[in-house]
Design a protein around this ligand. Structure first.
Ligand SMILES: Cc1cc2nc3c(=O)[nH]c(=O)nc-3n(C[C@H](O)[C@H](O)[C@H](O)COP(=O)(O)OP(=O)(O)OC[C@H]3O[C@@H](n4cnc5c(N)ncnc54)[C@H](O)[C@@H]3O)c2cc1C
Length: 469
């Protein structure tokens, strides 16, 4: 005999089929494995159904039905979040944003693009580029990640040092609450002091408070010139000195400052196919520096002068400036190949943490020393957005034991000791939930729960992600 949950599940599927066309509701064998497989290729059980709405109205109608039936939903963008937030749990329906990809308006006068949120980041970048503009958010997963995922994780990426996080690029949002209520906040202006800034509820909250369906985002005139340089440095003190120098000399033109410890640079340029090493791989640190300006001549000479000065004063040991777009892309490929590097290594755990720049060197040393106490062959590969206080760590260890939990506890423990944040970019999802308390106080987490209960009283949106209620 079917139990209560089975009856609710078959009832909602029947109701959804009756309310939407067949291409919108996928069930059974029509559910492709990609809706329940993570980036590592590991599948979980298929969801109850996959919903593929085309409009905000359809999202609203769908959520209203799930809210009434108390059926949980997990929203999927490009599924590149890496914290298992989008993997459906038993009994969940997947809400895929893959058909909500319309870029509705590019307003070059106002510096705004209005878009549905299922659009991949790269497609939006390319569309505004056609009008001579840039959407500054940029990250390695650009081809797959979506604007909705970027907003929901408050994505950072490569140009935060100049343009801020996704939060700083969002002018207005349209979001659908758990009960189907639509909040129409797609506004095209920066200033709006009319009470609670509701859009912030949906930025970085990983789809737990609502589904973001449309957004008004800031765009900027594309720079006339972009200079990309790779520098080799003798110490982390030099990395900090170069950052201070670049901030002073390039000011608003400094659009990226990425640091790579030797292991990251050396292993990526030797193990990842197609990644070349423009500088020898024997230096302690490497920095990728990008400068973007409206005056091509000045941008070029500013970077040349900066590097000349840094060389003369011993801050850098060697440097190369990309001489073409292809050479610049090749330098960026080194920094963007972390996933590929991970795949080329043995057992490992990846981290995305924040801490003050003056603590980064000691943090990396501590990680390596304490990893060795777990396993003599273990080591940490460190790299990241130094200018934003954000480091990525790939902690490797030797087989056959699965040391994921041990290594995770160790790295987050050290992050806590250094006063850092356990998630700089990717969010908490399911994977980091047990460690949230290392970065947020009990009172803060309880306040998050209060918001969740108020906006989603039946707990149907991404339940169990970030925290349990
Ligand atoms: C190679 C690589 C490089 C990366 N580099 C960076 C980086 O530099 N900076 C950075 O910040 N991140 C980075 N990431 C992480 C990831 O790309 C970002 O978190 C990205 O913003 C997620 O977008 P997505 O569409 O894939 O979201 P998903 O993974 O599909 O979803 C992420 C979360 O958002 C929710 N969600 C998705 N769409 C919506 C919506 N429309 N409404 C409500 N909730 C929604 C999901 O339920 C989930 O909780 C990287 C990932 C990879 C694989």
């Amino acid at each position: 005999m079917a139990d209560g949950a089975d009856l609710v599940q078959s009832a909602i599927i029947g109701d959804l089929r009756a309310a939407f066309d067949a291409s919108t509701v996928l069930t059974g064998a029509d559910i492709d494995a990609r809706y329940h497989t993570d980036m590592a290729g590991i599948p979980v059980a298929p969801p109850l159904a996959v919903m593929r709405p085309r409009s905000t109205e359809e999202v609203s109608k769908f959520l209203k039905m799930c809210h009434a039936a108390r059926v949980p939903v997990t929203t999927q963008g490009g599924m590149t979040g890496l914290v298992r937030a989008t993997m459906p749990m038993p009994g969940e329906i997947v809400l895929s944003m893959e058909r909500m990809t319309a870029i509705e308006e590019v307003d070059t006068g106002g510096g705004v693009v209005i878009t549905q949120t299922g659009v991949p980041l790269q497609r939006l970048q390319e569309r505004v580029a056609q009008d001579g503009f840039m959407f500054p958010l940029d990250l390695g997963a650009r081809g797959s990640c979506t604007i909705g995922g970027n907003i929901s994780t408050n994505a950072g990426g490569n140009r935060v040092i100049r343009y801020g996080m996704t939060r700083d690029l969002v002018l207005g949002l349209e979001a659908v609450l758990a009960d189907g209520t639509v909040l129409k906040g797609v506004r095209k202006y920066i200033k709006n002091n009319t009470g609670v800034d509701l859009k912030q509820l949906f930025v970085g909250t990983e789809g737990t408070l609502g589904v973001v369906t449309r957004a008004a985002l800031r765009i900027f005139p594309a720079p006339a010139e972009q200079q990309v340089a790779l520098c080799a440095l003798p110490s982390f003190d030099s990395v900090r000195a170069l950052l201070a120098l670049a901030r002073g000399r390039l000011a608003g033109d400094l659009t990226a400052f990425e640091v790579m410890w030797n292991e990251y640079y050396r292993l990526t340029t030797t193990l990842v196919q197609g990644v070349a090493a423009p500088l020898p791989a024997n230096h302690p640190f490497y920095v990728l520096l990008e400068s973007s300006g409206s005056d091509a001549e000045r941008t070029r000479s500013d970077v040349e002068n900066l590097l000349e000065h840094a060389l003369e004063s011993g801050i850098i040991l060697d440097a190369t400036i990309a001489s073409s777009g292809a050479a610049a892309a090749a330098i960026w490929t080194i920094r963007d190949s972390s996933v590929e590097l991970g795949r080329a290594l043995g057992p490992r755990v990846g981290f995305d943490i924040s801490l003050a720049i003056d603590k980064m060197e000691a943090f990396a040393v501590e990680i390596n020393q304490r990893l060795k106490k777990i396993d003599q062959d273990a080591y940490g590969i460190v790299f990241g957005h130094a200018g934003d206080g954000n480091l990525h760590v790939i902690a490797t260890y030797s087989p056959p034991l699965d040391r994921t939990e041990e290594v995770t506890k160790l790295v987050y423990g050290i992050t806590g000791e250094f006063g850092g944040s356990i998630s700089a970019e990717h969010g908490i999802g399911i994977l980091k939930r047990p460690y949230l308390k290392l970065s947020r106080t009990e009172e803060e987490i309880e306040t998050m729960r209060t918001l969740k209960r108020a906006l989603d009283p039946h707990g149907i949106l991404n339940p169990g992600r970030i925290f349990t209620v």
